[in-house]
Design a protein around this ligand. Structure first.
Ligand SMILES: [Zn+2]
Length: 262
């Protein structure tokens, strides 16, 4: 039985519903809410029409250091910090709102949602535990997720300096080979010259999957910047607005928020 007030219990149930809808698992719900395990399981079954999945939550921080998860985690954590520190949201509120903003903009940019709610929550726990920290990129000055022990060492973020094979998946390689085969077949059919062939090869090289992905991510980040623009929030009047964020010295700064103090 819940021992608190009825209104507080109702709020807890609403929070639980929101967390379950976002994809929270049982250990997350039990950690964040005061409702009993049985009530949470019942809620979960009602909302998802299935029993909550069993098994452990991810416990390694290494996942956040690979290039694409690092970009998504940095984006999410910067939004979270902005909502918590600047918009003065509570921790749980900032977590759910930041995650909603994150999925909304992944959908807008038609980018895969790399960070699950569990990963987002675990990221927060790693930061709270002092395992992870934010470092300012030496190129774009955006703040990105790093191991706390390396936080003071100068470094470049995964957007400014992606690994050479970043964004190349098996499916992409297969489809590229297929497209290459088709292109060569059509080249042969057209009886094109050797010069034409070399031109089409260089064109294929230029349209690498990485450039497509990072363009999409840049668009997402720009969208999120506009969405959490402090000038649109009734609470804030003192923070640097879009002018300082977009026309400052670092126009390409990809991580949020530009106005949060270091
Ligand atoms: Zn950078």
């Amino acid at each position: 039985m819940y021992k608190g007030s009825v209104t507080e219990e109702a709020r807890e149930v609403l929070r639980a519903i929101e967390l379950i809808q976002l994809g929270a698992r049982m250990p997350v719900l039990e950690k964040e809410l005061t409702l009993s395990r049985n009530r949470l399981i019942r809620l979960y079954r009602e909302l998802k029409s299935a029993s909550p999945p069993k098994g452990m939550l991810p416990f390694s921080a290494d996942w956040y250091f690979t290039w694409l998860p690092n970009i998504h985690a940095s984006l999410f954590y910067n939004i979270f910090l902005f909502l918590k520190d600047e918009a003065k949201c509570s921790r749980l509120d900032a977590l759910t709102r930041a995650y909603r903003l994150y999925i909304e903009h992944c959908e807008c940019a038609e980018t895969e949602r790399v960070l699950s709610f569990t990963r987002a929550w675990t990221l927060l726990r790693f930061f709270e535990g002092g395992l992870l920290a934010l470092t300012r990129c030496t190129v774009c000055s955006g703040r990105f997720v790093r191991h706390a022990r390396d936080a003071m060492k100068p470094a470049t973020c995964c957007i400014c300096q992606p690994p050479s094979r970043a964004g190349v998946t098996r499916a992409m390689l297969a489809s590229r080979e297929l497209a290459q085969g088709t292109q060569e077949a059509s080249d042969a059919a057209d009886a094109g010259t050797a010069a034409d062939k070399s031109k089409s090869t260089s064109k294929r090289k230029a349209a690498s999957p990485l450039s497509e992905i990072s363009d999409a991510m840049r668009d997402t980040i720009a969208e999120v910047k506009r969405a959490v623009d402090p000038n649109r929030s009734a609470r804030n009047g003192t923070i640097g607005g879009p002018a300082s964020a977009s026309s400052g010295k670092v126009p390409g700064n990809p991580f949020l928020p530009a106005s949060v103090p270091a």
